[in-house]
Design a protein around this ligand. Sequence first.
Ligand SMILES: [Mn+2]
Length: 339
Amino acid sequence: MTIDWRPLQELIASHERFVLTSHVRPDADAIGSEMGMALLLESLGKTVRIANPSATPNHLKFLDPEGRILKLGEGIKPAEVRETEVHLILDTSSWQQLADFRKVLESTPARKIVIDHHVSSDDLGAVEFKDVTASATGVLVAEFAAFLGITPTRDMAEKMYCAIATDTGWFRFSNTDARTLRTAAWLIDCGVEPNLLYQQLYERSSLARLKLHGIVLSRVAVTDDGRLAHTYVLQQDFKETGSHPSDTEDLVNDCLTIEGTECAFIIVEQMSGQVKISFRSRSELDVAAVAEQFGGGGHKKASGAMLPGPLATAQQRVLQAMLAAMTPQPVDAPPVESE
Ligand SMILES: [Mn+2]
């Protein structure tokens, strides 16, 4: 699929002031695409502001060293956001994902544009530049630069590269295609040094986090012939290692690196005594349906729920629910007699 970028080129040529926005809990594709697009528009002499419904997470602040991305309601008021000619929405086309920005966007006099690669889609009243076959919004931003005949500066290219590299799990997810790698190669030609960005994105753990991972991974248990892996985190673990609840991210994914695993969950004890469960699946098992049994929800392959403690009781309940939801393992069927 190729996007016809001409209408966007014309829209940009005929307007001066732009606001860029992305989704709640922004990831590196959101932040990288916004920053890359902002630098691109500024190279064309445009005035650009960036405002999001959530603050930029600490680990992505290196993409915005000057702190120019503002949070709606904190760094920038809704009335100030509306003072623009064009409102450009990147990496989402869902009202839900825009949270508090919905009101602003519904009442803005500005022209609205969406650049996105997600399947889920609401009518935002925007001109859409959408390609669900693109691995990242960063790919689309880079392709737009190429369409304009602009060679990204190193700075611009780095933002786009981070967007693409993270949405493809550093080029290992199934969405990684030749187009992704061609775009990445072009950005490297523009000065990107991938190893430096990899360090920024993935090699800035604290010692406390690493020690927490050691403890929690040493507890991983498998059941049902290794198809289900699970582990848990106690409040005591945070105290002992000096780590934080956010340091438990990715641990459930690590459980799925064991050969033969189809699904996994992790239980994290909360200060309140409740427990938070994160579910993952890489099989047909729909873990959103399992999470819903406990009042939670999410996606088919990643979901979560909050249960009352104590941890051991919650663990038994969740284990039973997961085992019940998993399809029985195919056994060697006896030869069928023809009728
Ligand atoms: Mn994305």
